[in-house]
Design a protein around this ligand. Structure first.
Ligand SMILES: *Cc1c(COP(=O)(O)O)cnc(C)c1O
Length: 454
């Protein structure tokens, strides 16, 4: 068989695309990339794109950070791979666990490693099931999450994810319960204040717990800001309203900080930005600044003690991945945490977030078809609407957000369509001039597409 000639055709011929709008690829071809420079990526034809999505939220230090690459190379030279089973683990793994607990909001805790955010959520669910059973509550197995939550793609984490696309897999599994998404602009009812909306969601949580039976619930998982669901910050007072209810019924609260961890919201953790204390934190994506596949479960003091007691009873926790706590991943994560926290990246997010918000708000105010700007720190979404006053969306057959993203790509800007919104989550190294490039290209793309569809 003759191989097709172009990179685009070769990609089509042999690669099965995940989470990809196939009509866009069919008409435009895949973008095949060779390398990156700062926040830019470069394709096989030499075209440069400002990646306003940090790859997939994770390349926060850009695409050519020398120190990160050097940390990886040094560790590959020193000790290129190991596991963390049988009481053997690398020095890097020990140091990273110390570091993660130190930078966590917990006064003490323990860390368990995976290869991805999905696996970290699966691991946390298994920990909860195991812990409750060990404490004589084997029926505590149901998991509470929210609609539009994104927790991953493995069987458990996809069941936790609150998106209709998982129906094609016959998911969610039974026992995964989805509560109302805390998006006031979209789900608040006529005449309802934001405060009343939050109170309604808190009542729904308590009603659900009582209906299902408090002793059947294993845990509640929430992203501080829903990310892949469309960049949805919580409604006012949301976590302050739900946490006392969870505490009342002894239900652990897990913060999925895979996106919000390590500076994305302007603080080290999203739970600090929204002022609540979870029982455990799920980390991935930014953890290695995108240079290594790695996830982590960071347990707070209460879950650490209870899980450790459960494990002590059977003398082993029968769980782990071959590459859990991989020395190269841990060395990169140690460096990434240092880079984000001590090389001015977290500072840059804090300093420039108001400028990013203001620029996007100005674009919204000048457009008749951006209904909402929402976000925090360096994560924002602009929601396209046919009618601003009634919040009426465009007909989904128009694929408005895909068109906008494609128009941006044509201008050399990568941003992501999500439902009817456009997501911007630039690398933390972004400069003011690069931010202006985003504003300029985005606004030109919006004007072009709205002129076509409106
Ligand atoms: C991306 C993401 C995950 C899944 O991480 P993978 O590494 O893709 O498995 C889980 N939770 C949140 C909040 C995410 O954004």
């Amino acid at each position: 068989m003759n191989k097709p000639q172009s990179w685009e055709a070769r990609a089509d011929a042999y690669s099965l695309y995940g989470f990809t709008d196939l009509p866009s690829v069919a008409s435009r071809g895949a973008v095949v990339l060779t390398h990156g420079e700062g926040p830019y990526v470069v394709d096989v034809n030499g075209r440069r794109y400002l990646d306003a999505n940090s790859g997939l939220w994770n390349m926060v230090a850009g695409f050519d950070h020398k120190g990160l690459a050097e940390a990886a190379k040094a560790q590959y030279d020193r000790f290129p791979g190991y596991h963390a089973f049988f009481g053997r683990l690398s020095d890097q793994t020990v140091m990273l666990s110390e570091k993660l607990v130190e930078v966590s909001p917990f006064e003490r805790g323990k860390v368990f490693y995976t290869n991805s955010g999905s696996e970290a959520n699966d691991t946390m669910v298994k920990m909860l099931w195991f812990l409750h059973a060990s404490e004589g509550k084997p029926e505590r197995r149901k998991i509470l999450t929210r609609w539009n939550a994104y927790h991953g793609v493995t069987v458990i984490s996809a069941s936790m994810t609150g998106k209709p696309y998982n129906e094609v897999f016959g998911l969610p599994l039974p026992g995964f319960i989805h509560l109302t998404c805390p998006h006031y602009w979209r789900y608040g009812t006529e005449g309802e204040t934001e405060e009343q909306f939050t109170a309604r969601l808190a009542r729904e949580l308590e009603d659900t717990i009582l209906r299902e039976g408090p002793d059947t619930i294993a845990g509640f998982f929430a992203e501080p800001v829903q990310g892949a669901g469309g960049v949805i910050p919580p409604s006012q007072g949301y976590f302050q309203a739900v946490l006392p209810i969870l505490r009342k019924y002894g239900i652990p609260m897990i913060a999925d900080e895979v996106i919000t961890g390590f500076g994305r919201t302007g603080n080290t953790w999203g739970c600090l930005t929204y002022d609540f204390m979870p029982d455990a934190i799920i980390s991935s994506k930014n953890l290695t600044a995108g240079l290594f596949p790695m996830g982590a479960v960071i347990l707070g003091p209460d879950l650490t003690d209870r899980l450790q007691a459960a494990i002590d009873r059977i003398e082993e926790f029968p769980h782990g991945f071959t590459a859990s706590g991989h020395p190269v991943g841990c060395a990169i994560a140690l460096k990434a945490i240092d880079v984000v926290m001590n090389e001015g990246l977290a500072e840059n997010v804090k300093r420039l977030a108001p400028r990013l918000e203001a620029g996007l708000r100005a674009i919204m105010d000048r457009s008749d078809h951006i209904g909402e700007l929402r976000g925090v720190g360096f994560m924002w979404a602009l929601e396209a609407v046919r009618d601003k006053a009634t919040k009426t969306p465009f007909d989904s057959s128009l694929s408005v957000s895909e068109r906008i993203a494609n128009a941006c790509t044509d201008l050399g800007l990568i941003c992501r369509p999500l439902g009817q919104s456009i997501v911007l989550c630039p690398p933390f190294i972004l400069t003011e001039a690069q931010m202006d490039e985003i504003f300029d290209k985005l606004e030109r793309a919006l004007k072009k597409v709205f002129a076509e569809v409106a």
